[in-house]
Design a protein around this ligand. Sequence first.
Ligand code: UDP
Length: 166
Amino acid sequence: YDDFLMQRADDAHCTLALVKPDVAQDEQAVATIIGRITARGYTIKDRVEITLSRAQASAFYAEHSDRPFFEGLVAFMSSGPTVALLLEGDDVVRGWRMMVGPTSPATARQQMPQSIRALLGDDGPRNAVHGSDSAESAQRELGFFFHPRIQAEVEEEPPTPAETAV
Ligand code: UDP
């Protein structure tokens, strides 16, 4: 993947889509999401299903580590399977974010009722899907899910004090 990601991810032609644990086990919902992606003309180049560890979820959302919702987000993201999709297509970083809709499903239902979060999201962290917010984020996040070496490094991280204190 090194060459593939280096060549493609910085030109906005590839992005990461996640179907989060609130929806990933709902086969009909996953089919709806995939149907929308392909109907929009994007290609699904790769797919993995993974239940993130707390360390992996924390690493993926590290930029939010000092936000009040971080603990709830990490608990949710490690609560069950996530489906990760490598999307390819013209302007797909921006296009997939448009399909996803606003962060809050309640806001999505008001402002973008056709968006995936309006249709399938709940509230708090349970907003059904994720999309990389820039080509740079896409490159990093695709590596996180589709580059085996990066996966292994995150898995080897020692547990945080919060995890060992249970
Ligand atoms: N989130 C949350 N509460 C908030 C803001 C965000 O639980 O007030 C969760 C939600 O699942 C969101 C994720 O944290 O998708 C990452 O937040 P970000 O601001 O990056 O939103 P996104 O890019 O996913 O729309």
